[in-house]
Design a protein around this ligand. Sequence first.
Ligand code: PLP
Length: 489
Amino acid sequence: MSDCQARVPESTNIWQFCVVLPNAKIGENCNICSHCFIENKAVIGNNVTIKNGVQIWDGVTLEDDVFVGSNVSFTNDRYPHAKNAAWQLTPTVVKRGASIGAGSTILCGVTIGENAMIGFLSLHDVTAMHAAEIHEAARRVIDSGWYLQGKENETFECHYANYIGTEHCIGCANGLDALIWIFRAYIELGVMQPGDEVIVPANTFIATILAITENGLTPVLVEPRRETLEMDDLHIEAAITPRTKAICIVHLYGRCAMTEKIADLCNRYNLKLIEDNAQAHGCMWKGKRTGSIGDAAGHSFYPGKNLGALGDAGAVTTNDAELATAIRALANYGSQQKYVFRYAGRNSRLDELQAAILDVKLKYLDEDIKRRQEVAAYYYDHIANPLIELPARLPDTSNVYHLFPVLVKDGKRDALQAYLAANGVGTVIHYPIPPHQQECYAHAPWNNPQLRLPITESLATSELSLPISPCMTHEQVKYVVTQINKFND
Ligand SMILES: *Cc1c(COP(=O)(O)O)cnc(C)c1O
C-alpha cells in the first residue's frame, strides 16, 4: 500500500508504487492500481477505477464511475516539447460513466461524453473474461516442455472438428495459410491446375484473394448485393467458364453467405465449394455449421476474430481424408514422415500454446456469440437515422456478428466516423480499398484496370463497422445508438 493513502478517503484504495501529489482531489470508493502518478491539479470523482501505469496530469478531470484501462496516456500540453518550451496546459474532461480501453491515448482539450466507450474492440477485455483458465492452460503448456505437434493440437483439432461438424481439422499458422493450403492441396492432388479459375466475392478481405493468387489460380470477382453484403448468387453462373474449378464463398462479417443457388451451381458444374470461415465460427446454414457445408473451409483465429488466439493461428476443416492428409503434410514442410518430403511445403503449424488457449475459448464461443447477437438486436431495433442503412437482418442462426457493418448514405461515412470518434465511439472501415483496386494487383493479368465493380466500390466508401463484442455493456450499446441517432451532419 502506498504511503499517500492518508491523503485520500479511506474507502479509496491506492495500490503499490503510486505517487499522488498532495493537492490532487480524489473521491470515495476509487481503485487506483499500481504504478500510477497523480498530479496536484487532477480531479477524480467517486467510484473511479484506474488500472496500472496511468498518469493523471494537471488539468485532467475524471468524473464519477469512470474506468481508465491500463497504460492509458493523457496529454495536457497542446504542443509538447522535450524541454523549456512554452507550457500550455489544456484541460481534459472524462464525463461520468465513460470507459477508456487499455493503451488508449487521450489528447488534451478533449471532452469524453457520459458513458462513452473508447476503442472499437478491447482484446484486453476479451481475454480478461476467461483470464484464469487461459493462464492455467498457458502454464500447463509452458511447464510441459512440449511446444509443437503434441496433445494440445490433437485435443483442440478434435474439439473444433466436432464443433464445426467435420471429420477432420488441421491446425495451421494462420487463416491465410489455411486458405492457401486448401488450394495448394487441390493442385497437388491434381484437382486444380495453375491458371484455373475460382469464383470469389469482389468485396472481401484481401487474404481470400491472396490464397488464390498465391497458388497461380485466377480469381474471378463477383459483385455482392448491397442489401446482404454477400456475393450475389444471380451473377455467379455468368462468371463460370470451362476453367472454373471452385466457388469460394466468404461468410463476411459473420453472415452466412451460402445459398441454395450456390449449392445447385456447384452440383451442376461440378465445382468445389470452399468456405472462407475466418469471420464466422459458429454460424449455421440449414442446421449445419459454416465450415462444414462445402468441400473444405479455412478458419482464422487471429486475436480479433470471434474465436481468437493470443497471436496468429488458423485451421482447415474438411470431410475429405485425402485432402486433410495433403494439407497436414504441406503445413509441415511437405512431410508425412520425419525427414521424408513428399511436397515442397512450408512450416505453417499451430503451436501448442495457441491450441491450448483456443481450446479454453472454444467452450465459451456459443455464449459469446449469443451476447453479440443481443448487441446486434439492440442495434437493429433502435438505430433510426435516415442517413444509415442496415444490412438485411438474418435469423440469428445465420449471423454470428463478427462485425456490425452499416452503410452511410450521401457520402457522410467519414463525417459519421469522425463524429463518433469525437464522442468516444471507435469504428473501423471494412474495407476501404477493394482487392481489385489494390496496388498489389494493379498489373495482375486477371485484373483489368478499367474493371468497374460499382457495388463493391460503393461499399468501400459507405461501410462503417460499429463496435460489437461479448464484453460490451448494455449502457455502452445504448450510448452508441444515442450518438448515431443524433448524427445529422
Ligand atoms: C482474417 C481473415 C482472413 C485471414 O486470417 P489471418 O489469420 O489473419 O491470416 C481471411 N479471410 C477473411 C475474410 C478474414 O477476415
